[in-house]
Design a protein around this ligand. Structure first.
Ligand code: GLN
Length: 552
C-alpha cells in the first residue's frame, strides 16, 4: 500500500510579493536535503485557465513544464530549488477548476444536482491536491495558495484546505502562514499588528496556522517573535523570522538555521536523514568569490518588470556562480533602441541576450541589438524570439533580403524567413495552442552547440507558434549562418549559429527553463564563458565608438 503523504499548506498574509513561492521552494529543498521526496503545487485563484494568455505586465514570466503546461513563475523556483521536474499537476487555477466542474455539469454528470462552490468546487480542488500526492508518491506535498488571506478569490481554496485538514489526520497536515512585518522608520520598530489581523482572517475561515513565517527587511528580535507567538497562538519555536537576503539561494540555509526543518519532521513524526545542504553551501560560498563584473545586457520590451525574465536572470546567475563571475545585468529597453535612442547602452556590454517575446512592439530594437552583436563580435544568445530576430537581421543585412521579417510581425513581407508552423495554421484559439513542452533535438557534431552540450541529442522545452522557414535554409547556410540543431526528422530548425563569430547562437526553445543553481545550463555556461573571454581578451567597445550613430 502506498504511504500517505503529509501535506504542508502555505498561505500568505498582509501583502503579496513577499517571496512566498521562494519560501515554499526553499522548504522543499530543506526537506529534500533530509532524503524526503517532495512535491510542490501552486493554487492560483484567478479565473484564467492558465497564465499563457496573460500579459507579462499582469503576471511576469510564464514558466513551461516538460509536459507542456504554461504555468506560474513560482514553478520555476520549485524546480530550481528542489532540482526536480514538476508537471502540469503542480499548477491549479480557479479557471481550470471551474472549467472542469462546468464541463461535467454540461455532460449531466451531476444528475440534476445544484452545482455550488461548496461542495463541487472545493471537491475538485481537493481532488487536484490529492492527485499530485498519488501521482508523485511524495512523502511531503507542499501546497501554496496564491494571493493573501482575505482575498475574495482565494476563499474556495482556503475552504478546501480547511476541509482537508479535518479529513486527513491532524498530524498529517501543517498550516504555514507567511506574513510581513512592516518597519516604521521614525521609531525604528517592526510591527506585528498586520500579522495578527491576517491570522484572525485565516481563523475566520477555520484555519489556525501551526507555523508563522515572518518576512522582514530588518532583523526580527526575540520579543517580536514572542509577541507573534502569543497573539497568534502558535508555539514560540513555530515563529520563523525570515529576513530579506540579497542572494535568493541563501534562503534554504536561512530557513534551516531557524530549525523549521526539524519542527516539520517532529510535527509529522517523520524519520529522516540529517540534512545534507553541502551542495547548497557550496553554491552560496562560491558566489562570494567575485572578480571583475561581467556586464550582460538583456534586451526586451518588459525590462521595467524584471519578473518577466525570471528564469533568464536566474540562468545567468547559475552559469556565473559556476564560473566565479559576478554579473551585472543591464536591462535594455527594445522600444527605446527601436526609436534609435540609447543605442550607446549596447556599448560596454560583454554579452547580449535577446529573450522570448510576442508581438511587433520593440522588434526593430531587438534586430538592432542583434546587428550590433554580429558586427562587433559581441557574444549573443537568442532565446526563442531571440533566435528569430537573429535570423531576420542576418536576412536583411547579410543576405540583403529587403524587408525580411517574421510573418508574425508583417503578414505581407516578401521574405518570411520566420513563418507560422504548418500545424498552427488552422488554430484560432489562443490558450494552450502553441508548440509546448519538451521535444528532442539532434545536434550537428563539432558545432558550437554540440561542444557546449557535449552531446548529440538533447531535450528542450518549447513555447512558440513560428519557426524558421525552410525555404531559406540553404541560402542562410551558404552565407555562414548554420543550423546546428534540428528536430529528429530534420524538418524543424531548433538552433542557429553564426560562423565566423566567437559566439552568436539562437535556439528556438527555452534553455532557461532547465538551468539549476547546481547544474547551470550548457548554453548559458558557454555564453558566459564567451562573454568572459570577450571582456578579458577583446575588450569592451568604448562608449565613444562610432557604432550606432548610423544605425539610429
Ligand atoms: N512570438 C514567437 C513565436 O510565437 C516567439 C515566441 C517566444 O519567444 N516564446 O514563435
Amino acid at each position: 500500500m502506498a504511504v500517505k503523504p503529509k501535506y504542508i499548506f502555505c498561505t500568505g498574509g498582509v501583502v503579496s510579493s513577499v517571496g512566498k513561492g521562494l519560501t515554499v521552494a526553499a522548504i522543499g529543498r530543506i526537506l529534500k536535503a533530509r532524503g524526503l521526496k517532495v512535491a510542490i503545487q501552486k493554487l492560483d485563484p484567478y479565473l484564467n485557465v492558465d497564465p499563457g494568455t496573460m500579459s507579462p505586465y499582469q503576471h511576469g514570466e510564464v514558466f513551461v513544464t516538460a509536459d507542456g503546461a504554461e504555468t506560474d513563475l513560482d514553478l520555476g523556483h520549485y524546480e530550481r530549488f528542489t532540482d526536480e521536474n514538476v508537471s502540469r499537476l503542480s499548477n491549479v487555477t480557479a479557471g481550470q477548476v471551474y472549467l472542469t466542474v462546468i464541463e461535467k455539469e454540461r455532460k449531466g454528470d451531476y444528475l440534476g444536482g445544484t452545482i455550488q462552490v461548496v461542495p463541487h468546487i472545493t471537491n475538485e480542488i481537493k481532488r487536484c491536491i490529492k492527485l499530485l500526492g498519488q501521482q508523485t508518491s511524495a512523502d511531503v506535498v507542499l501546497v501554496e495558495v496564491g494571493g493573501t488571506a482575505g482575498d475574495i478569490e482565494s476563499l474556495p481554496f482556503l475552504e478546501a484546505l480547511r476541509q482537508l485538514r479535518t479529513e486527513l489526520k491532524r498530524r498529517d497536515t501543517l498550516s504555514v502562514h507567511v506574513t510581513f512585518l512592516p518597519h516604521i522608520g521614525a521609531t525604528d520598530e517592526l510591527k506585528t499588528k498586520p500579522t495578527q489581523h491576517s491570522v484572525r482572517e485565516l481563523r475566520g475561515i477555520g484555519i489556525q496556522p501551526n507555523v508563522i513565517i515572518a518576512r522582514s527587511d530588518h532583523p526580527v528580535t526575540e520579543d517580536i517573535m514572542s509577541k507573534i507567538a502569543l497573539f497568534c497562538d502558535v508555539d514560540e519555536d513555530a515563529v520563523i523570522p525570515l529576513e530579506t537576503v540579497k542572494n535568493i539561494y541563501a534562503v534554504p540555509l536561512s530557513i534551516e538555521e531557524t530549525g523549521l526543518g526539524d519542527f516539520i519532521l517532529n510535527h509529522f513524526r517523520l524519520d529522516a536523514d540529517p540534512p545534507d545542504l553541502s551542495e547548497w553551501q557550496e553554491i552560496i560560498s562560491k558566489r562570494r568569490e567575485v572578480r571583475d563584473r561581467l556586464r550582460i545586457g538583456i534586451v526586451g520590451k518588459y525590462v521595467e518588470l524584471r519578473d518577466a525574465y525570471m528564469s533568464v536572470k536566474e540562468s545567468i546567475a547559475h552559469a556565473a556562480i559556476r564560473q566565479n563571475q559576478d554579473v551585472e545585468i543591464r536591462w535594455i529597453h527594445s522600444g527605446e533602441l527601436e526609436k534609435g535612442k540609447r543605442l550607446d547602452e549596447l556599448h560596454g556590454l560583454d554579452g547580449i541576450i535577446v529573450p522570448s517575446g510576442f508581438g511587433y512592439r520593440g522588434i526593430e530594437g531587438k534586430i538592432k541589438a542583434a546587428r550590433y552583436a554580429r558586427e562587433n563580435k559581441v557574444p549573443y544568445l537568442g532565446l526563442c524570439l531571440g533566435m528569430q530576430v537573429m535570423c531576420i537581421e542576418f536576412a536583411r543585412n547579410v543576405l540583403q533580403l529587403e524587408d525580411a521579417n517574421s510573418s508574425e510581425f508583417d503578414m505581407s513581407t516578401p521574405h518570411p524567413v520566420i513563418d507560422l508552423m504548418a500545424e498552427q495554421r488552422a488554430i484560432t484559439d489562443m490558450g494552450g495552442t502553441m508548440r509546448l513542452g519538451e521535444y528532442p533535438c539532434i545536434l550537428q557534431p563539432r558545432s558550437l552547440a554540440a561542444q557546449a552540450y557535449q552531446a548529440d541529442r538533447i531535450m528542450e522545452r518549447h513555447r512558440h507558434r513560428f519557426e524558421f522557414n525552410n525555404h531559406y535554409r540553404e541560402t542562410f547556410s551558404a552565407s555562414g549562418l548554420s543550423f546546428s540543431g534540428l528536430s529528429p526528422d530534420r524538418v524543424l530548425v531548433e538552433i542557429a549559429e553564426l560562423q565566423d563569430h566567437p559566439f552568436m547562437l539562437g535556439c528556438q526553445f527555452h534553455p532557461e527553463f532547465l538551468s539549476r543553481p547546481n547544474r547551470p545550463h550548457p548554453l548559458f555556461s558557454a555564453f558566459i564563458e564567451a562573454s568572459t573571454e570577450y571582456r578579458d581578451e577583446i575588450g569592451r567597445i568604448s562608449v565613444e565608438s562610432a557604432w550606432g550613430k548610423d544605425q539610429a
